[in-house]
Design a protein around this ligand. Structure first.
Ligand code: FES
Length: 107
């Protein structure tokens, strides 16, 4: 068990799996959302806005879009309503694309 997950407490976790977070192997358990897995393994920040403001988990039910990340190459994936899967690739999102990608000019 890694990151900030709590041990014990009578929780039954799904099977341990691995996904790739920003190019680095990360741990998750089947039945976790992508956002839960990212926050438990690494940190609370999930994306930054076009104005470089940090955002994370807010509504937890697919409404606010604050949790969007790039999942398997697809930007703007709401990670609070997406189940983590074995081998999935997840990237922090910067603006409308992956962190570190060139930004489109603002008008
Ligand atoms: S946290 Fe609001 S859409 Fe995911």
């Amino acid at each position: 068990m890694s990151g900030t997950r709590l041990p014990g407490h009578g929780l039954e976790r799904g099977r341990r799996i691995e996904f790739v977070l920003d190019g680095v192997p990360a741990e998750a358990y089947e039945g976790e959302t992508v956002s839960a897995a990212v926050m438990a393994d690494r940190d609370l920040g999930l994306r930054t806005t076009e104005r470089a403001q940090p955002r994370g988990y807010f509504c937890g039910m697919g409404v606010c879009f604050d949790c969007v990340m790039v999942v398997d190459g697809v930007p703007n994936t709401r990670t609070c309503v997406t189940w983590v899967r074995e081998g999935m690739t997840v990237e922090h999102q910067d603006g409308a694309g992956p962190a570190g990608a060139p930004r489109a000019p603002r008008h």
